[in-house]
Ligand binder design. Structure first.
Ligand code: G
Ligand code: MN
Length: 386
């Protein structure tokens, strides 16, 4: 097979294939290992200004080649869609080996392909999908959401997390979110575009945020291009963001974010901790990854995302962890903690941020003392009641 039949030629070099057979041959070339590369775009923790993950995006070579979505559409039309998704995922898994600590990668996969043998083979070949988030995009209306949820089960069992891509756009509606119970909800960039000048958009983002909270999912705002958009997202409590403002997708691994934007986020005034909330009582905790040996002091065992999975106590490792948020009141947390059964009722609690990552531990004794002190304080300073 000559290159002239594979792709049409222009004076400037190889262009995107223009004929059906040209696309077929070009895609076969890609599937045989020619010309596919992955670009990475950082995903940013808005509250801290740090990079917590990277979306990996397929890039096809050729001087004026078609955009990736055209390649994927042709692959789909020619029945090669699942194989192309599988190839991208397998490249992504190779890159995962060199991921910076406590970060994850996200990979775009069509929900229609989740059960296809080509993708299942990559999943099963690779032993474990920790630190991998599958971004599911609905490019056409999906009739049976429950069928997709069932197809996701083996992926979740393999350790993958699930993101709904383009949420709030035409297709990815609330039904989709409810049925799939994703770990991550990626807000479509149409919602983010100029939301600082559009109260309806801001209200929609807030509504989707509340909805995601109920599903125990994180929200990620896509397509952030302007500082004013980022400020509104931060004010609305959107925990994660991505977009040209931070960094365009790049073939250079692993990309950092623009220094000015990072400093802007770092310098944002943080909400002062209310003295009656747990946040005021948190103590810094040691953490360890599962494969590391246990320490003697109280240590929180974390997974690849820095989320707590167990607690090392002086008498052994305890798999159950009660997780609390810094803005919960001492009273509410104590009430919840005391409903635990007697075996672990007095174990320390683990305080986590909006991404469920460990902030520290809270000892039960401190909570009790705080309540007692509060009561004594009121009893001994009656002038305050006047
Ligand atoms: O559908 P999905 O959300 O996966 O789309 C990812 C695409 O969005 C990539 O091709 C990437 O280049 C593009 N992209 C990433 N950030 C921005 C942004 O801030 N603005 C715009 N217009 N496109 C972006
Ligand atoms: Mn995506």
């Amino acid at each position: 097979m000559s290159t002239t039949t594979r792709t049409s030629r222009t004076l400037r070099g190889v262009s995107a294939p223009s004929t059906a057979s040209g696309w077929c041959a070009a895609l076969e070339g890609v599937l045989a290992g020619e010309g596919l590369r992955l670009a990475a775009q950082p995903i940013v923790d808005v509250a801290r200004g740090t990079v917590v993950g990277y979306e990996l995006l397929a890039r096809f070579s050729g001087p004026d080649a078609a955009t990736p979505d055209v390649w994927f559409a042709h692959a789909q039309r020619l029945g090669l869609g699942a194989q192309l998704d599988a190839l991208v995922l397998s490249h992504a898994l190779e890159l995962r080996d060199a991921l910076p600590e406590d970060t994850f990668i996200t990979v775009n996969v069509s929900p229609l392909h989740l059960g296809e043998p080509a993708l299942a083979a990559v999943r099963d070949r690779r032993g474990g999908l920790e630190r991998v988030v599958l971004e599911l995009t609905e490019h056409s209306a999906i009739e049976d959401y429950h069928a997709v949820a069932r197809l996701l089960e083996p992926w979740r069992q393999a350790g993958a997390k699930v993101a709904i891509d383009d949420a709030g756009s035409g297709y990815a509606g609330l039904q989709w979110l409810m049925t799939l119970a994703p770990d991550l909800v990626k807000l479509d960039r149409s919602l983010v575009d100029h939301l600082d000048e559009d109260e309806v958009k801001a209200a929609l983002v807030e509504m989707l945020g509340g909805f995601a909270d109920r599903l125990d999912a994180w929200v990620l705002a896509e397509g952030v291009e302007r500082l004013a958009e980022l400020d509104v997202l931060a004010r609305l409590g959107v925990p994660l963001a991505q977009g040209f403002l931070f960094r365009r997708p790049t073939l250079e691994l692993w990309p950092t974010i623009d220094g000015g934007v990072r400093r802007h986020l770092e310098e944002r005034p943080s909400r002062a901790a209310d003295p009656d909330t747990v946040g005021a009582l948190v103590e810094v905790a040691r953490t360890r990854h599962r494969h590391e040996p246990a320490a003697l002091s109280v240590t929180v065992v974390v997974d690849g995302l820095g989320q707590p999975t167990a607690l090392d106590l002086p008498d052994g490792t305890w798999d159950r962890v009660l997780v609390v948020r810094p803005d919960e009141t001492v009273r509410a947390v104590l009430e919840r903690a005391l409903t635990r059964d007697t075996h672990w009722r007095w174990h320390p609690l683990v305080c986590v941020d909006e991404l469920r990552r460990v902030v520290g531990v809270v000892r039960m004794e401190r909570l009790v003392h705080h309540l007692i002190d509060g009561t004594e304080h009121r009893a001994t300073t009656p002038e305050e009641d006047r």
